[in-house]
Design a protein around this ligand. Sequence first.
Ligand code: MN
Length: 338
Amino acid sequence: MQTLKIGMAFFAGMLLLTNHLVAQDKFTLPALPYSFSALEPYIDAQTMQIHHDKHHQAYVTNLNKALSGKDSVGTVEELLKTISTYPDAVRNNAGGHYNHSLFWTILTPTPNSQPSERLTAAIIKQFGSVDSLKMLINDAASKRFGSGWAWLSVGTDKKLFVSSTPNQDNPLMDVVEQKGTPILGIDVWEHAYYLKYQNKRGDYLSAIWKVINWNEINQRYDKLVPKGKFDDWPAIKDFHKVMSQTFHPSEEGNLAPIKSRSKEMIEKAEALKKSTIPTSFKKVQDISKTIDELIAGSKKLDKLVKAKASDKKITDSLTALHDVFHKIVGLCSDEDKE
Ligand code: MN
């Protein structure tokens, strides 16, 4: 009995201790993914060591301190999204922890990484060129008065934008003007460059592009803006657009779209036959035969439209064609409805 009591007391003690430790160590300093000197000569070893081991560590320590006694606060990202409900100590240190954790990963000693084809296309669409993006970021970084960050982020509309925030704020915070998820952040606190560059923030900003880890940024972008299932096959994307914009209205009894676009449907089906089927779709059973069925079905539908057949006949024919289409692409999604 005595042994059991001691055992239980020990167990309860361990539980308390464990809870205590979990609460204290909610956030921890991530290891630097390369050595302190790895980014030389662009960023010097001493700056990296102080920046990571002292500054970032202090944000982590002070964040845990500021949150001690609080129940579960979730991830740092979750915290940032409701940061307006926390005191400034949490805002500054949670921001500092998140921003630096991102910063270490978007730097690399491996030279010559590049934005991916997809990210490059998005950059060109939004900013004209990769060079103008760099200029915009450097401009935002140079103009940031005092301490802060310059960002490339993905907005809720999935579009890229450049912004700058003061102190340790960032685009995830509910208090900032332009909200989004950063995929690249440049630290323009003096502690990030002063030992090597002193007051020459511009020189630091030119140098940092030599050690930017585009591979990491590409991955972050792909996660936030996932590749569509038709991205490798523009012809099916085109066909789907016409199908989606005519079939879905027909489900609600609106046949105007199909009546005006039945000829276009044939054209898109024929273009599909001429296009190269990407590897990812080659495993679909009888794909060539199914494309032929799409052409035949589109022609039949067009004939019914031209002959001013009954709405029921047109609807049935379109529904059958839609079923054939889904043999190729699986279930319908909302993409490409626009
Ligand atoms: Mn910093």
